[in-house]
Write a protein that binds this ligand. Structure first.
Ligand code: C2O
Ligand code: CU
Length: 467
């Protein structure tokens, strides 16, 4: 049954065996003078054949994921966003260290793009790697309904350039027994402090388990993106014998072959590379145990070809400034909440709030005693200042903390991939303390929030300013 689902991708795309090859997902090419057009519109579509009622989806150019946008490091990407939704929207370019006014955060970096209006996004992409774009207006709902797509930046003459490449966007959808998308966005908590976790998983908008041919004996690069509102995926690369070459777009100092399943939190990316050997087919598996029959995400099938083993070298690193922790500004950052009772008395919109006011405002989380965006930034520093963010998660849940406009170093973890890797989104577990550090070198007003989108809208958002 699962395999016969059509789901979001058009029938034409599904009939090709390379449905989620990066060349098969509609790919927009690099910059010439005409901008790429991303048109957001509401589409009513049955999520699978046979269900009675169509779901109300929001899609870029009629698909979810939207088209893959590609650029080259150091060059400009131009996207004309046309908003044909009945509601305002914006686009955020997740993980790109871009000019502040192109960051797509309504109220902080731009005004919302109103229904029927369009907006030109133009920005330089300084780092090669795997990124993504998504709606950043009422993201809880707009991303859940399908407004996102891959954004890939090519490097120059890396040894993995030109190799067979597969972009895999993972999402989950919360659907009812009638096969219809569950709305319920008016209650932001939806009774689930863990966030909106769906019961159907998709791989590039299609059911998991799609089969894909890869050349025997040649390196293949998988670019994995988690676009789900709150779900973490645990990816088992054992059968693939894959090595991780980059996380959140940034290359690891050396490729690492993971010994256990890797966690891919909301908004995070992992790039792996592997060489398909003699085995006929191998599976990419989701190992959390929560997906049951859907746990084979993809099957990679050897095509004929000669075996010429390649040596996997590190990718060329991007040019990121190393934070100087000895001279850094230290920012304590205390995360609380999970219920109104746990944040009773925090500030919201400039005033101390009791539980009645918080429940009206649907706020259940706070950073440093403030629910939602404070009027004053969490910190304001001069361009070039090193910042240490000392995060303490005093809630009973994990969070996916995302810094806009910068990548940061994760300090002192015993992570299998690298003791100190660059990321733009980091998972912090309940009761965990974690330090991240970065050079605040991108001027402007930047959001810092939880990427579990329900958490973001119910308190977990703050901002900082680089002058
Ligand atoms: Cu991926 Cu504030 O966003
Ligand atoms: Cu969170």
């Amino acid at each position: 049954m699962q395999n016969r689902r059509q789901f979001l991708t058009s029938a034409a795309a599904l009939s090709a065996s390379t449905v989620w090859d990066s060349t098969a997902m509609s790919t927009t090419t690099r910059n010439d003078d005409t901008p790429v057009v991303l048109r957001a519109a509401e589409v009513h579509r049955k999520l699978e054949p046979g269900v009675d009622q169509p779901s109300r989806l929001f899609l870029y150019n009629g698909d979810s994921p939207g088209p893959t946008i590609r650029g080259r490091r150091g060059e400009q990407i131009r996207v004309l966003f046309e908003n044909d939704l009945g509601v305002p929207s914006t686009i955020h370019w997740h993980g790109i260290r871009l000019e502040n006014q192109m960051d797509g955060v309504p109220g902080l970096t731009q005004s919302p793009v109103l229904p029927g209006e369009s907006h030109l996004y133009e920005f330089t992409v300084p780092d090669a790697g795997t990124y993504w774009y998504h709606a950043h207006f009422n993201s809880l709902e707009q991303v859940a309904r399908g407004l996102y797509g891959p954004l890939i930046v090519d490097g120059d003459a890396d040894h993995l350039d030109g190799m067979k490449e597969v972009v895999i966007v993972l999402d989950d959808w919360w659907v009812g027994k009638n096969g219809r998308f569950i709305d319920g966005f008016t209650d932001w908590t939806q009774g689930k402090p863990g966030g909106r976790i769906g019961n159907i998983v998709t791989v590039n908008g299609a059911p998991p388990g799609t089969r894909l041919g890869v050349p025997t004996g040649q390196a293949v690069r998988l670019r994995l993106i988690n676009s789900a509102n709150a779900r973490e995926f645990f990816l088992d690369f054992q059968q693939l014998n894959a090595s991780v070459v980059a996380v959140d777009g940034q290359p690891l100092p050396r490729p690492v072959q993971p010994q256990s399943p890797l966690r891919l939190g909301p908004a995070q990316r992992i790039d792996v590379s592997f060489v398909q050997g003699g085995d006929d087919e191998v599976n990419l598996i989701e190992a959390s145990g929560t997906l049951g029959a859907q746990s084979v995400l993809a099957t990679l099938i050897s095509e004929r070809g000669s075996v010429a083993p390649i040596k996997l070298l590190p990718l060329k690193s991007n040019n990121l400034a190393e934070p100087d922790r000895s001279k850094a500004v230290e920012i304590p950052f205390i995360m609380t909440g999970g219920s109104i009772a746990e944040i009773e008395g925090v500030f919201h919109q400039g005033e101390r709030r009791n539980s009645i006011a918080l429940s009206h405002a649907q706020q259940i989380w706070a950073f440093n005693g403030v629910a939602d965006l404070p009027e004053a930034p969490l910190f304001r520093v001069e361009r070039g200042t090193s910042v240490r963010l000392l995060m303490e998660n005093r809630t009973g849940w994990s969070h996916a903390m995302h810094v806009h406009g910068h990548h940061f170093k994760v300090i002192g973890t015993a992570d299998e991939l690298s003791p100190d890797m660059w990321r733009d989104t980091i998972m912090i577990d309940r009761n965990q303390n974690l330090e991240i550090a970065f050079v605040a070198d991108n001027p402007g007003r930047w959001l810092f929030h939880c990427h579990m989108l329900q958490h973001a809208v119910s308190g977990m958002r703050t901002w900082f300013e680089v002058t």
